[in-house]
Design a protein around this ligand. Structure first.
Ligand SMILES: Cc1cc2nc3c(=O)[nH]c(=O)nc-3n(C[C@H](O)[C@H](O)[C@H](O)COP(=O)(O)O)c2cc1C
Ligand code: SF4
Length: 784
């Protein structure tokens, strides 16, 4: 062996090598592991210190979200520039064209606000249709043309126009992946999409089935976000069907349009821009379509102006989500009991300052309440004794507002869903209005008197009341008092304010699942006002002027008073129907149940009955009985019959109390056990009918609405040729009013309407046959 070039002998080399090998074999695992570990550490270090250019594989919406400084902050001008590409963005856009299937909560969080940054952006309406026998195709083409004309769409060169010409797309031809996994890339930069659908229904296999299957699969595909179409501005569906073959929705009328609407709601993150419309192609199809088109154009113009869908609709940027299926019943809500709060405004001191001269209040309140207008002389105010003024303190130097903004009362009422108008009026959408909008039934006033709940506005010009009834679901939230001692708002301020707020709330229901386009369009015209919300409407010193404004717009009026203000009642002008609450049949029971503030409550009550009796040939008068088991039902039928004998009302409405479950109701000794079953209400009504007959009073059971536990007895005056006529001829009422004036001499019979519908008569249940009954979870209830 020769030494190598470095002078190391081969044997030594071999020894070293074999030693190294042996060493390697012994320690190779720890060596390898440590090396790997060090490399991994190095990689992590380098990666974390590297300057990344942003999230490259996510779409722009994600970037908007990332850049938003605060979740709730309104987008500012700088955000508006986001959608237009910057140099850096170009690269991202390229990368964005990669896989379209993107997991993540992209749109949900970006929705709404993203579109509020719409300056300079265009709107592209895509009108999808399907058609087997070509009728929908034809209709869609002309629909798109009309839409283009109404929206003033640009043809391409007119770059200043917001709306691009609508594109009509046949669902039999489009690639679903292109439009219904994520929104497609648009030809023009900065374009937002609106999807419209015109869908006929078929109970045979058609393209509709593949389309619906695709929507369903997309929604359920775990690789895709559950609302991948959320980046679109909004969508709406119109369905065609045939009522001859499929008369009702339960039988399949427009069933596939309903399905498209439902799946699109899920895929778009509930961006229903306008309610589902439905039409019978042989009947009202065209009419319904143009109605839907008008509503839709309204929304699109709103989007054009504001960049969002508007209040209540997801995507509008408004925090209020309007799609909750479950709606709190008015009487099921937790209500604050302000009476128990010593800090309650205006009542903490316990001093009720009687003010003699309402004119002085007016003068004092002019600054903030009267809007500078001259007020007509208000009605006289009540005092705590029977009609006679008592010695009273001088008017307070400063007259307060009844429900000032920022007061606990204001907060409590708005929390319960009231919109406070001015300083003492309120308006609220009742649950029946919502129910009727969704085709789930109107309240008993539809069955008895023909009032559409979706065209009914529930309001009051006085949130204050002079009773504290145990069953009142407002439970002391509202202020109480025996006299008007607050600032008086002018009637036009109240009238305009309640209408505005009512319409605003109706509009918020646009995106609610199940709202019918037809009903929604009708709801934009108030036809009736129920002055029974909370408080005592005739307490308001300008109630007559206020009623004049309602009637001037042909809005009928049902006014409910608590039989505690005889002077105001005597001065009241014509209302369409005048109610007096009859909560008990005798003094003690009335004191226990109504807890009146007036010392002479029973005398006041009696005077009101006398006024009603005297009015019975000039007004449609009604006794409203609310039955509370254990309080005013047992053995009281005879007593009520005596009261009927005194007041001789045209009608007697008997209703079971609804339990509100608040601390006030329980402290008043009220529990679920006090709520009568419908059968018990029926038994009471039968007993009352007998008691009336025994007295020779000619009344009979005319109608029922079992769904709201309400039964109507009517005077034989409203029975013609053996049939009850409880409905109202509203046109005739307004005609009489216009001819004869607000205190004119005309009788209720003169505006008596058509016969009560068969389905509403005693023994038929009274549920509106146009609608579908549902249980509390929205499941259909089969007719019994
Ligand atoms: C075979 C057949 C099945 C149908 N099934 C339904 C149905 O389940 N529900 C419905 O409301 N209308 C149904 N229709 C009525 C169609 O929806 C209606 O005629 C529609 O206007 C057809 O539109 P098109 O001509 O664009 O295909 C059906 C019609 C046919 C011919
Ligand atoms: S009458 Fe009353 S319950 Fe019926 S819809 Fe009007 S406000 Fe609602």
């Amino acid at each position: 062996m020769f030494p190598d070039s470095r002078g190391v002998s081969p044997s030594v080399m071999a020894e070293i090598t074999s030693y190294a090998l042996e060493l390697w074999h012994q320690h190779r695992i720890p060596i390898l592991m440590s090396t790997l570990f060090i490399l991994a550490l190095l990689r992590i270090y380098l990666h974390s210190t590297e300057k990344t250019p942003g999230l490259l594989a996510v779409p722009k919406t994600y970037k908007i979200k990332a850049e938003k400084p605060k979740a709730e902050a309104k987008p500012d001008a700088s955000e508006r520039t986001l959608p237009s590409a910057t140099a850096g963005d170009e690269k991202k856009d390229k990368i964005k064209q990669g896989p379209r299937r993107i997991k993540g909560d992209i749109a949900k969080k970006a929705r709404g606000s993203a579109y509020a940054t719409s300056e300079g952006r265009k709107i592209q309406v895509l009108v999808f249709f399907s058609s087997l026998t070509a009728s929908t195709e034809k209709i869609t083409q002309s629909f798109a043309q009309e839409l283009a004309a109404t929206l003033g769409c640009s043809t391409g060169e007119e770059s200043d126009r917001k709306f691009l010409a609508p594109k009509v797309l046949d669902l039999a031809e489009v690639d679903y992946d292109e439009y219904f996994i994520t929104p497609p890339k648009t030809e023009t930069e900065n374009t937002d999409l609106v999807y419209l659908f015109l869908i006929p229904s078929y109970n045979i296999d058609t393209i509709n089935d593949s389309f619906l299957e695709h929507l369903q699969e997309t929604h359920h595909d775990f690789r895709i976000d559950t609302s991948p179409l959320a980046p679109i501005l909004g969508y709406s569906v119109f369905g065609f069907g045939d009522r001859e073959g499929w008369p009702t929705e339960e039988e399949g009328f427009c069933v596939q349009a309903k399905d498209v609407d439902r799946w699109m709601a899920k895929l778009s993150g509930r961006k229903r821009a306008y309610p589902l419309g439905m039409g019978d192609w042989k009947g009202d199809g065209k009419e319904r379509l143009s109605e839907w088109q008008v509503g839709l154009v309204d929304v699109l113009k709103h989007v054009e102006r504001t960049g969002g869908l508007g209040d209540g609709v997801p995507g509008s940027g408004d925090p209020l989500e309007s799609d909750e299926e479950e709606e709190a019943e008015d009487d099921g809500e937790v209500v604050l009991d302000e009476t128990s709060n010593p800090k309650s405004q205006g009542r903490g001191s316990g001093s009720l300052e009687d003010v003699e001269d309402i004119g002085r209040i007016m003068a004092l309140s002019g600054a903030d309440g009267s809007s500078g207008k001259k007020q007509a002389a208000p009605l006289a105010v009540d005092f705590t004794t029977d009609g006679k003024p008592v010695a009273r303190k001088t008017a307070a130097a400063v007259v307060k507002e009844m429900v000032p903004k920022g007061s606990p009362t204001y907060a409590a009422l708005t929390k319960q869903g009231y919109s406070i108008v001015g300083s003492h009026s309120g308006v609220k959408i009742c649950r029946w209005t919502k129910s009727a909008l969704r085709g789930r039934g109107s309240c008993y006033k539809y069955s008895f008197y023909g009032i559409n709940s979706h065209q009914c506005m529930e309001s009051t010009p006085s949130l204050s009341c002079s009773n504290k009834c145990v069953f009142c679901w407002r439970h002391g939230t509202n202020p109480v008092g025996t006299t008007w001692r607050w600032v008086v708002d002018p009637p036009d301020l109240i009238f305009d304010g309640i209408k505005e707020n009512h319409y605003k709330k109706i509009k918020m229901l646009r995106g609610v699942p199940g709202v019918r386009a037809e009903r929604f369009a009708e709801a934009m015209r108030i036809r009736h006002c129920a002055l029974s919300l909370v408080g005592e409407p005739i307490f308001y010193p300008h109630i007559n002027e206020f009623l004049g404004m309602l009637h001037g717009e042909r809005i009928s009026s049902f006014l409910v008073c608590n039989a505690q203000h005889p002077d105001q009642l005597a001065a009241l002008q014509h209302v369409t129907q005048l109610y007096v609450s009859i909560d008990a049949s005798n003094r003690e029971s009335l004191r226990r149940i109504d807890r009146p503030l007036h010392r002479d409550f029973w005398e006041r009550f009696q005077r009101c009955l006398a006024i009603l009796r005297e009015r019975r040939f000039r007004q449609r008068t009604v006794f409203r009985l609310t039955l509370v088991k254990g309080f005013n039902v047992e053995d009281e039928a005879e007593g009520y019959a005596d009261l009927v004998d005194k007041g001789l009302p045209c009608f007697i409405e008997v209703k079971g109390v609804t339990y509100c479950g608040t601390s006030t109701s329980s402290s008043a000794g009220l529990t679920m056990a006090n709520v009568p079953f419908y059968q018990e209400v029926c038994d009471f009504v039968l007993a009352l009918e007998k008691a009336l007959l025994r007295r020779g009073l000619r009344y009979g059971i005319a109608a029922e609405h079992a769904h709201s536990c309400c039964i109507l007895l009517a005077s034989e005056r409203f029975r013609v040729d053996g049939r009850w006529h409880t409905l109202i001829d509203y046109d005739k009422f307004f005609q009489l009013l216009e001819e004869k004036g607000p205190h004119g001499d005309f009788t209720p019979e003169e505006y008596m309407g058509a016969a009560t519908p068969e389905w509403a008569t005693w023994g038929r249940g009274g549920f509106d046959p146009r609608d579908q009954r549902v249980d509390r979870k929205g499941r259909p209830i089969e007719a019994t």
